[in-house]
Write a protein that binds this ligand. Structure first.
Ligand code: ATP
Length: 269
């Protein structure tokens, strides 16, 4: 999706089974499934279900995946956009786009809205550097207005993701806005193994138990890194004209991804 792409709507075929580890985060998000499936049951007794959920965690830990899984489990439409798409657009465009996305989601309700990289629009107001600043502020204000505009009645859940909760404008975190916070962490050894297993499902590994050593040897890797590692291993196997993925392919891929990580860290401290 380019920077000027319209917010997209789809029904993701993703479920909680596709998300490995992150048990606490899954449990918290799962509470919303019932509401999205049968909003009437909650509305009938005047129960107000939270609309705004902030997913916080390092890059590649599965925030987008978890948001999609919520929509997938509830079998409702998924509207998504990224905060970075609102940078450098003309003043008023971002706010208009936000309004349209919320309008579409309300029409399609029950529905899930996902805003990735919330921090790129949701930084504390008044600290922008000229340029896109007014635009960003208007976009942010529109998001706040939309969140405030939800009555207890609308079955729309808004998830936003950030890896910089510390820079967010406190207005975003007030009650009735993104007042539920769900933390995703880098996976431990067991979770890394589970993530590797999920992404190796359709790969021809010589011995699936080779993944145990890989899980043990990849502390600090995110889910996205692990997925990337498996793909690198498959490329490695193809390069040497193999038809299955060996332990050596996996080790080599691990070293490659690890070096890539080091390089990225060196460029963006
Ligand atoms: P970013 O902050 O960079 O947007 P993110 O936290 O939203 O990252 P995702 O985009 O959800 O991360 O993850 C990237 C990919 O990594 C996913 O599509 C998924 O395939 C894989 N992945 C990440 N975490 C997990 C996990 N816990 N279980 C299974 N796969 C995962």
């Amino acid at each position: 999706a380019g920077r000027f792409a319209q917010p997209s709507e789809k029904r993701p075929g993703v479920t909680f089974d596709d998300v490995a580890g992150q048990d606490q985060a899954k449990t918290e998000v799962a509470e919303l499934v019932e509401f999205l499936r049968e909003p009437d049951r909650f509305q009938r007794v005047g129960a107000e279900v939270p609309h705004g959920v902030l997913l916080m965690g390092p890059p590649g830990t599965g925030k987008t995946l978890l948001a999609k899984a919520l929509a997938g489990e509830a079998d409702v439409p998924f509207f998504s956009t990224s905060g970075s798409e609102f940078i450098e657009v003309f003043v008023g465009v971002g706010a208009g786009r936000v309004r349209k996305m919320f309008e579409a989601a309300r029409k399609a309700a029950p529905a899930v809205i996902f805003i990735d990289e919330l921090d790129s629009i949701g930084r504390t107001r008044g600290t922008g550097l000229g340029g896109g600043h007014d635009e960003r502020e208007q976009t942010l204000n529109q998001i706040l207005a939309e969140l405030d505009g939800f009555g207890g009645k609308e079955a729309v859940v808004v998830l936003a993701a950030t890896n910089r909760p510390d820079v967010l404008d406190p207005a975003l975190l007030r009650p009735g806005r993104f007042d539920r916070h769900v933390v995703l962490n880098l996976p431990d050894r067991m979770a890394r193994r589970a993530i590797l297993d999920i992404h190796a499902r359709d790969l021809p590994l010589v011995d699936p138990n080779d993944l145990e050593a890989i899980a043990a040897g990849t502390p600090g890797f995110s889910g996205a890194d692990l997925k990337n590692l498996l793909n690198e291993a498959a490329i490695q196997a193809a390069r040497r004209h193999g038809d299955s993925i060996t332990e050596a392919d996996l080790q080599e891929a691990r070293d490659k991804v690890m070096m890539g990580t080091v390089r990225t860290l060196a460029i963006h401290p």
